[in-house]
Design a protein around this ligand. Structure first.
Ligand code: FES
Length: 345
């Protein structure tokens, strides 16, 4: 049977970021890569069918070895140095979206200006990029995005309607996800999302409110082996085994202040508040105050996952996605089989 290859177009530009480590910390290049990938997703420049799509790669030493992070743009043959997040945003808006290199940030050109190799989408006569730089929000590009299909560029009512339809369809937001209920699997499901996000090179973090800070469950060991996952355990054990309730409550409140700091300043794409519902259900934190704080402070594109039993109705109303785990059968209840390593912890 004849096999059809997947439909795709060659990419418009390839960005190379040095992460060798002599010109800048490898983490700086990795952070720039994540930012570019996020913006690419936001504006549809990651879509295989988009002729303007951007490929981005971390590469070993680009041979400059000073004033990093170094970013090289091809086919233009234009090299930028000292690329921090502000410079990157300018380069992305002006050069990647607008097609005009940021002259003052360039330190090397392979070709004289105007003699760069032809840009393939221009040669093929592809439609211009869907967005221009003015449509990008100052805080990033997350508020304006296209689905990757080229948007019509004329001002007709039909074109405007189609543009709005595409935007509606492509709307994204950082979700508030709640896993609650009496059954097992609340944390496990959250960690499944964590693994998925980690696989997408998103920045992920977990704070466990009640698990003992010295706990070394299978999932904590897995996160350590995976790397790049911030894992914070702050509890002194489960509430009903706590010898000192005042200390448990104080630790839980302190953990919330840590979580608040991470939510605002951590730069996460996904953050998990494991067993957080207990702090609300037991009255250690005021639900309305917590929700008001999240409303005011949660970054718009941050996905937040909250787990635990007894999720208050206010939290359920506030969340975008709520799942209730319901127990149908349990090996301990029916057969007396205790929790087993690798399955339950
Ligand atoms: S170490 Fe970055 S260019 Fe050589």
């Amino acid at each position: 049977m004849e096999q059809q290859p997947p439909s795709m177009r060659s990419y418009g530009r390839h960005l190379l970021l040095c992460n060798h480590g002599d010109c800048a910390a490898p983490a700086a290049a990795e952070a720039l890569l994540r930012q570019i990938e996020q913006w690419n997703r936001d504006v549809g420049l990651n879509k295989l069918r988009n002729p303007h799509r951007i490929k981005c790669s971390l590469v070993d030493c680009l041979g400059v070895c000073q004033k990093g992070p170094i970013l090289a743009v091809y086919p233009d043959g234009i090299w930028y140095h000292s690329v921090d997040s502000a410079a990157l945003e300018r380069i992305y808006r002006q050069h990647m979206i607008g097609g005009a290199p940021v002259e003052e940030l360039i330190f090397h050109r392979l070709y004289p200006p105007g003699q760069e190799p032809a840009y393939a989408p221009d040669v093929r006569g592809d439609e211009p990029p869907a967005l221009d730089a003015d449509q990008l929000s100052p805080a990033g590009v997350s508020d304006n995005r296209a689905a990757g299909a080229a948007l019509p560029t004329t001002g007709s009512a039909e074109a405007d309607q189609r543009r709005q339809q595409v935007r509606r369809k492509a709307q994204k937001k950082g979700l508030v996800i709640v896993n609650t209920g009496e059954g097992k699997g609340k944390t496990t499901a959250a960690l499944g999302v964590m693994m998925r996000a980690w696989g997408r090179k998103m920045k992920v973090g977990v704070i466990q409110f009640l698990k003992h800070e010295t706990a070394r469950y299978g999932e904590i060991k897995a996160a350590a082996r995976m790397g790049d996952i911030d894992w914070i355990s702050t509890g002194d054990g489960w509430t009903w085994t706590s010898a000192d309730m005042d200390e448990t409550i104080a630790r839980a409140r302190h953990a919330w202040s840590i979580a608040q700091e991470r939510i605002v300043h951590g730069g996460y794409d996904l953050f998990i508040l494991d067993e957080f519902t207990y702090l609300l259900a037991y009255g250690w934190l005021d639900v309305n105050e917590v929700l008001a704080w999240l409303e005011a402070n949660k970054p718009p594109m941050l996905h937040l996952v909250i787990t635990g039993r007894y999720a208050p109705q206010n939290l359920i109303d506030f969340a975008d996605l709520v799942t209730e785990m319901r127990e149908i059968k349990h090996p301990f209840r029916e057969q007396g089989i205790r929790a087993q390593a690798g399955i339950e912890f």
